[in-house]
Design a protein around this ligand. Sequence first.
Ligand code: SF4
Ligand code: SF4
Length: 154
Amino acid sequence: MINYFKNIYQVSKALVQGMMVTGSWFFKPAVTVQFPREKLTTPERFRGALTFDKDTCTACNLCVKACPTACISLDPAVDPVSKKRMAKVSWYQIDFGKCNYCRLCEEACPTKPIKSVRHTHNYEWGMLERKEMFVKWTRETAVTSSAGSAVAPV
Ligand code: SF4
Ligand code: SF4
């Protein structure tokens, strides 16, 4: 009989303690954000989707060498007359299925004042198929890949 009332006391005490925690938060402002209607401001060095600027890239290959997951590939443009390699890319591709958003490519990129490959603040994009994760920029076209349209410039 004593154990019966002891159990009731312990359960009631735990219930009140729990409700006190709930009550302490009840009148505080909500910390949740009603995404997508509301959005948090991302930090200055936030690493969102990568974007690429084909006009400033010099095809130096430093980002390719710096990338730890080998997800960047490019082909330098070749002068049609002299057949020499130009300081421009013919195409540039990132496999976002392998990218770990480490920023090493951006740090290695020597172009100034803006890096040719750089992170944006865009975190609102997704892909449904593996092939959509290959985003390619070419000299002639902007971005190819259905996912590419979500890679917003800074
Ligand atoms: S963020 Fe990292 S993993 Fe992604 S492309 Fe750049 S270097 Fe490679
Ligand atoms: S994006 Fe930057 S590091 Fe990569 S090839 Fe172009 S200039 Fe070089």
